[in-house]
Design a protein around this ligand. Structure first.
Ligand code: CA
Length: 258
């Protein structure tokens, strides 16, 4: 009789043990589940924070790019070593990109520049730079090299030669730019010029690099044609529209006076 009792006690003990093990197992399972859920939550929080940080960084980078982009559009124009008309301290900077063979550049030179001179350059409100953008072939490059030569050899007469070159502009469809014509223009517009040195500059293409640098700057700005005018780094969509040019310069002057 005892045997079954013992057996029953044993069974009872075993059941208790089993129950204890089950309870322990349930507890371990619950702890494991809680820890697991906590880990999942923590991972979720970490991922969310990482995404927020990435977004902040991206936004920061974008606004930084936009800002640097705006700065770039101005800094792409380098007026160092370029011929300048006017007072160096003038608050507004005008930059023309032109080609001596371009008929619209001649028009700009003869209709817009005199008004700019009268209204803004001669009274110290603006300074004016000219940069070569040689888009009309070999003749454009030869003429640009000649004007660079005058700028380097007789800087005080650059604008005289520049104006005379436009005045003598030939038919756009013809190859009118010759060394003979450039020498003749130089002789008439730059009396003090060392003609032998100027002739050598023409035959040796001495200022080719300056012309190429000017051209590269225009290309880098994304310019498509000539003439182009920039007022304090801002492109004017129609440089031959004087009212439009005036509006931009007046706005730049108002900005400078604030
Ligand atoms: Ca130049």
């Amino acid at each position: 009789m005892t045997k079954p009792k013992r057996n029953s006690q044993k069974a009872n003990n075993m059941a208790k043990q089993k129950d204890g093990k089950t309870k322990k197992g349930t507890l371990v399972f619950m702890i494991f589940t809680i820890v697991f859920l906590l880990i999942i939550m923590m991972i979720g929080v970490i991922i969310h924070q990482a995404q927020t940080n990435t977004k902040k960084q991206t936004d920061g980078q974008l606004s930084g790019q936009q800002q640097s982009g705006q700065v770039q559009s101005n800094s792409k124009i380098n007026t160092k070593g370029q011929p300048m008309m006017g007072t160096k301290t003038a608050p507004v900077t005008l930059v023309e990109f032109g080609d001596y063979r371009c008929i619209y550049c001649k028009q700009f030179e003869e209709t817009i520049v005199p008004q700019l001179k009268k209204d803004y350059i001669d009274n110290g409100k603006a300074k004016f730079y000219f940069i070569n953008f040689t888009i009309l072939g070999e003749g454009s490059r030869i003429a640009a090299n000649a004007s660079e030569a005058i700028y380097h050899m007789a800087p005080n007469h650059f604008w005289d030669f520049h104006a005379a070159l436009y005045k003598n502009q030939g038919d756009e469809k013809k190859s009118w730019v010759t060394n003979g014509l450039l020498e003749k223009i130089a002789k008439n517009s730059v009396p003090s010029l060392d003609m032998a040195a100027f002739k050598q500059a023409l035959t040796k293409d001495t200022y080719e690099q300056q012309v190429l640098n000017d051209h590269a700057m225009a290309v880098n700005l994304g310019l498509q044609g000539t003439p182009d005018l920039f007022v304090n780094g801002q492109a004017i969509s129609d440089p031959l529209n004087y009212k439009m040019v005036q509006k931009a310069i007046n706005a730049a002057l108002n900005g400078a006076n604030k």
